[in-house]
Design a protein. Structure first.
Length: 477
C-alpha cells in the first residue's frame, strides 16, 4: 500500500483554495523594504538631528554676536565721544543747541537787540477799504527779490490790492492787510523775513501815477509810517560783537546754534547770561552701560551653548566646540587688554569701573566711571575708540567672524551643506526603495503565480490519487 504526503503551501491567512493567492505580496514586499530601509534611514535621521541642532546653536551664536556688535557703534570711534551739550544760564534770553566739535567752555552772551522785520503803515484812505484807489502795475520788492501786481478795475481798492499782493506769484514774503481806523482805511505791509537787508519797496511801473499813494522806498517815505524797522540782531559772545539777519545764530561759535529770545537786561547789578558747552558725559555713560548689558547677554549665550549639567548630564549644543571656544577667547582677550590711552591710571576696563564676575558677566561701577570721565575724558575715549581700543577691537573681531569668510559664517555654511547632503541621501534612499519595491513586487508576483499553479496541480493530484483504491477494488471483484 503506497503512502502520500500533503504538499507544503505558502498562503495567507484566508487562502488555500485551488487557484487562490498563496503569498500576500504587498505585505511581504513592504516588510522586506522596511527591513532594508530602516537602518539606513535611522542613521540619516540621527545625523540630521545632530546637524540641525548645530545649525540652531551656531545661529544663536551668530545672533548674539550681531546684537552685541550693535552696542559697539556708539563707542568705537572718536566721533562717538564727541557728544556735547550746550546750556543757557537763562533760557528766557537765549537757548542753545550743539553739534559735535564745538569748543568746550563757558561764554558770556549779551544781546543788544533782536533781529526784526519791517512793517509799514500807510496813511488813511477814505472809506472802509472798498473805495477805488486807482489802476496800474505795482512792483514790490523785499531785499533783492521782487514781483509785480497788476491792479485792474476789479481790484482797484485797498482790499483788492492787499488780496492781489498776498496771492501774487513769486512773492518772497510780503503780506498785506487793511486796518480800519477812525480816520479811514490803512494798508499795512509786513515782511516775513527779518534782517536789515530785507526792506520793503513799492513802485508803480506802468508809467502812470494812479497808484502813487501806495508807493514807498527809501527816497519816497511820505506815504507810510515805519512801524517796525528791518534790523539785524546785535549781540556779543565773550565780548566779541556779532550781527545776524535772523535770531537763529549758527556762525558765531563753531558747532553751536543760539536762539536769541530777548535783549539782555542792562544796568547796575546785572550780569549777562552764560553759554556752557560741555562734553555730554550722560550719553557716554548710557552708551557704556548699554555695552556692559549687551556683553552680559552675549556671555549668557556663551555659557548656555558651552554648558554641562552634571545632575541631568545634559550638555550644551557647542560644549567643547573649538568655534565657540575660539570666539569666546577672542572677545575676552579684547575685554581685558591694556590700551595705550596716554594715561597710566585709566587704561583698562577695570580702571574705569567695569569688572568681571565669577559667572563671566561684567559689573559697572557708575561712580568710578563718572570719576574717570570727569578727570580724564580723553583717556576713556581712547580706551574704547583708539585703534587698539576695546570697542574698536571687539567690533573688528565680530565683523571678521560674521563676515563672508569668517569662522562663524563658514561653519554655518558647512552645516547647511551637510543638511542638504543628508536631505539628498534621504531622497536617494527613497528612490532606491521605490525601485526595490517595484522589483520585489514583480518577483513575488511571479512566484505567487507559480505557487498558485502548483497548488492547483497539487489539489488535482491529491483528488486523483484519492480515487485509486476504489478503482483497484473494483477490478479485483
Amino acid at each position: 500500500m503506497s503512502s502520500t504526503s500533503n504538499p507544503v503551501t505558502i498562503a495567507n491567512g484566508t487562502s488555500g483554495a485551488a487557484g487562490g493567492s498563496v503569498i500576500n505580496v504587498s505585505q511581504l514586499v513592504s516588510q522586506l523594504v522596511q527591513a532594508t530601509q530602516a537602518p539606513q534611514q535611522n542613521l540619516i535621521n540621527s545625523r540630521t538631528t545632530a546637524v540641525t541642532t548645530q545649525i540652531s546653536a551656531v545661529g544663536q551664536l551668530k545672533s548674539a554676536l550681531s546684537t552685541f556688535q550693535s552696542s559697539l557703534g556708539p563707542l568705537d570711534t572718536h566721533a562717538a565721544f564727541n557728544a556735547q551739550i550746550a546750556t543757557s544760564s537763562d533760557s528766557t534770553i537765549f537757548t542753545a543747541t550743539v553739534t559735535s566739535g564745538a569748543p568746550v567752555g563757558t561764554y558770556n552772551v549779551t544781546i543788544d537787540h533782536l533781529a526784526s522785520a519791517q512793517q509799514l503803515l500807510s496813511g488813511p484812505f477814505t472809506g472802509d477799504g472798498t473805495t477805488s484807489v486807482g489802476t496800474g502795475t505795482l512792483h514790490l520788492s523785499l531785499g533783492d527779490a521782487g514781483f509785480d501786481v497788476t491792479v485792474t478795475n476789479e481790484d482797484d481798492t485797498l482790499n483788492g490790492i492787499a488780496a492781489a499782493i498776498n496771492s501774487a506769484t513769486g512773492n518772497p514774503g510780503i503780506t498785506a492787510a487793511v486796518l480800519q481806523g477812525t480816520d479811514g482805511a490803512h494798508l499795512v505791509l509786513s515782511s516775513t523775513q527779518t534782517g536789515a537787508a530785507n526792506t520793503i519797496a513799492v513802485t508803480e511801473t506802468d508809467g502812470g501815477n494812479e497808484l502813487a499813494a501806495v508807493t514807498y522806498d527809501s527816497s519816497n517815505t511820505g506815504n507810510y509810517t515805519e512801524q517796525s524797522q528791518a534790523k539785524d540782531a546785535s549781540f556779543s559772545i565773550s565780548g566779541v560783537p556779532g550781527t545776524s539777519p535772523t535770531n537763529t545764530v549758527s556762525t558765531a561759535l563753531n558747532g553751536v546754534t543760539l536762539n536769541l529770545l530777548k535783549p539782555t537786561p542792562t544796568g547796575a547789578g546785572t550780569t549777562p547770561p552764560t553759554l556752557s558747552v560741555l562734553s555730554d558725559t550722560g550719553t557716554i555713560e548710557n552708551n557704556i552701560k548699554a555695552f556692559v548689558t549687551a556683553y552680559n547677554t552675549l556671555a549668557g549665550t556663551f555659557s548656555s551653548l558651552g554648558s554641562f549639567d552634571a545632575t541631568t548630564e545634559k550638555a550644551g549644543a557647542m560644549l567643547g566646540d573649538p568655534l565657540l571656544t575660539g570666539v569666546k577667547t577672542q572677545v575676552q582677550r579684547a575685554l581685558y587688554s591694556v590700551v595705550n590711552t596716554g594715561s597710566s591710571t585709566y587704561n583698562t576696563l577695570a580702571s574705569i569701573g567695569i569688572t568681571s564676575n565669577s559667572d563671566g558677566t561684567l559689573s559697572l561701577d557708575m561712580t568710578k566711571l563718572g570719576t574717570a570721565l570727569s578727570t580724564s575724558f580723553g583717556a576713556v575715549s581712547e580706551l574704547f575708540s583708539s585703534t587698539n581700543g576695546v570697542a574698536t577691537s571687539l567690533n573688528s573681531l565680530v565683523t571678521q567672524n560674521l563676515g563672508k569668510q569668517g569662522a562663524v559664517t563658514s561653519r554655518s555654511q558647512t552645516l547647511v551643506n551637510q543638511e542638504n547632503a543628508l536631505t539628498k541621501q534621504t531622497n536617494d534612499l527613497n528612490d532606491q526603495m521605490t525601485a526595490l519595491t517595484a522589483s520585489l513586487t514583480l518577483q513575488y508576483s511571479h512566484l505567487n503565480t507559480l505557487l498558485s499553479s502548483l497548488q492547483t496541480t497539487s489539489a488535482y493530484l491529491t483528488q486523483a490519487l484519492a480515487t485509486l483504491p476504489s478503482v483497484q477494488s473494483s477490478k479485483s471483484s
